[in-house]
Design a protein around this ligand. Structure first.
Ligand SMILES: N[C@@H](CCC(=O)N[C@@H](CS)C(=O)NCC(=O)O)C(=O)O
Length: 213
């Protein structure tokens, strides 16, 4: 069986979990503590997850490369993204900033983290974003950035990001937005919530499953 090394909150890791789920490929799940540098460095030479290790023991990283490798029958329809690729990448970049600023202070209190990995994560992330207590105080500023982004997303959905067919683009969008469900004062517009729930259903995604094993 393939092994997947991942962080529960990480959108790139969620992409791969969703892809495995959509394709019905079972995998051995390994949630690594964020401060474990040794395991990813040993597997790929880079401290970055997700990492998939195949049945032959070959390790690879990069979420989209992993998904292309496991998608033998091209169910994920990477071909549909090309005309929308720039817009999609730009949307993901712009939405990541408020999502991460709002959610990081909450993610670190989920069972994925212990005190050491929490300190490691906050030390690393606060270099760019500032301390998490200040991020939490600035929540209104970040919340205000979300409605125009949700409207932009909404204008692309008909009902899926690339048109009538579900594709990898929907997994990329949903994986980036999923973490926002943790933020207590944010509610997705109902169309976006329904869209995310549809992606969840198709991909048999269960965000919390590794927490309660
Ligand atoms: N391009 C990579 C990005 C993966 C990535 O950025 N992973 C982050 C977690 S969200 C990571 O492993 N960071 C390690 C660290 O900052 O210590 C992909 O698509 O897989």
């Amino acid at each position: 069986m393939k092994k997947l090394y991942h962080y529960v909150h990480c959108p790139y890791c969620i992409r791969v979990r969703m892809g495995f789920g959509l394709l019905g490929i079972p995998f051995e799940s390994h949630v690594l503590p964020y401060n474990d540098e040794q395991t990813p460095l040993h597997l790929t030479g880079v401290k970055m997850l997700p990492i998939m290790v195949d049945e032959m023991g070959v390790a690879m990283n990069e979420s989209l490369d992993i998904l292309k490798r496991i998608d033998e029958k091209q169910v994920l329809r990477f071909d549909l993204i090309a005309p929308k690729a720039d817009g999609l990448e730009s949307f993901l970049d712009r939405v990541a900033s408020p999502v991460h600023n709002l959610c990081m202070p909450y993610w670190v209190w989920t069972p994925e983290f212990d005190s050491e990995s929490r300190s490691y994560f906050e030390n690393k992330k606060s270099k760019k974003r500032g301390p998490f207590n200040l991020l939490a105080l600035r929540k209104d500023e970040f919340l205000k950035q979300l409605p125009p982004l949700m409207e932009e997303l909404s204008s692309h959905l008909s009902p899926y990001y690339c048109g009538s067919e579900f594709s990898i683009a929907d997994i990329m969008v949903a994986a980036h937005l999923w973490g926002l469900y943790i933020f207590p004062e944010y509610q997705f517009p109902s169309q976006i919530h329904d869209y995310l729930q549809d992606v969840k259903k198709r991909t048999h995604f269960n965000y919390h499953e590794d927490f309660w094993r």
